[in-house]
Design a protein around this ligand. Sequence first.
Ligand code: BDR
Ligand code: CA
Length: 312
Amino acid sequence: MNRIPVVIDVDTGTDDAICMTAAILNQDKLDIKAFTAVCGNVSVEKTSQNTLDIVDYLGTSYPVAAGASKPLVQNITFAISHGSTGLGDVQLPTSSRDFLPDPACEVIYRCAKEENGNLEVLATGPLTNVALAIRNHPDICSLIRRITIMGGSLIGGNMTPVSEFNIYNDPEAAKIVFESGIELVMVGLDVTLKPCLPTEVVEEMNKISSPHADLVRRIFSFMQRRSAEFGGDAPNLHDVIALASIVAPKLFTMKDYYTTIELNGALTRGMTVADFRNVSEKAPNVHAAVDIDIDGFWKWFIAVMRSSDTEK
Ligand code: BDR
Ligand code: CA
């Protein structure tokens, strides 16, 4: 299999950090061109610094670009569940490297041009950077092969009854992306809420010796404490599930729908509205993940993490 050239756009964030770690461990399948950061879980100053620090901590030197500091139209609502820095209580050494000089949207465009139609984008935060790339450079629409989004949901949100965090935080950007004509994969709450972190996976992580397992272990520990405080179920890992849809697509059941974003509804702003019965007669623009092989996902995750073990 040829490696997939990809830009990974993140709002790092605890689960983004796990997604980044798993992506970096999938170098046989992914040719990561850059990480780009957007505001979302926390400010863009923090998401971009977290991203750079993680890249370095994991012993790599991928380029990192900082991106949008606010959504296209509205104000940002930061997450309450990733701690004040975005990485929970995990502290990493501060990278001595610089960010790329260009903003995230220009880096996405440059990579798209360089890859000649083969670039994929994995977006695990609000879609502001991707929308800005499209708005500034409409020709990008024929240059990107596919965008995989952790975001949205077919049934029920987590910020409002119908709106998921990443779409809620920039519905105008999401609408630009959903209506861009670029092939889209939507990995939303319909699947990302299904795998809840089992204790066996946490125990498995304790057996692996690597900076990758160390980082994931520390984030898991924060997530578990946070879930207990919130009185919720075991933690969900949202963003890494979108990554899995790229490198382990067989784990997913997909359905194609015409889907767009509601901007105006008093109750429904930020909803991903899917035309389940094709009453609009519009061609589907979204491959939506509707189910996931939960056991298969955890096996995949553990195998990825084990591949980092320096004492194997
Ligand atoms: C999404 O919201 C963020 O808090 C997570 O990082 C994830 O991307 C889940 O709704
Ligand atoms: Ca995220």
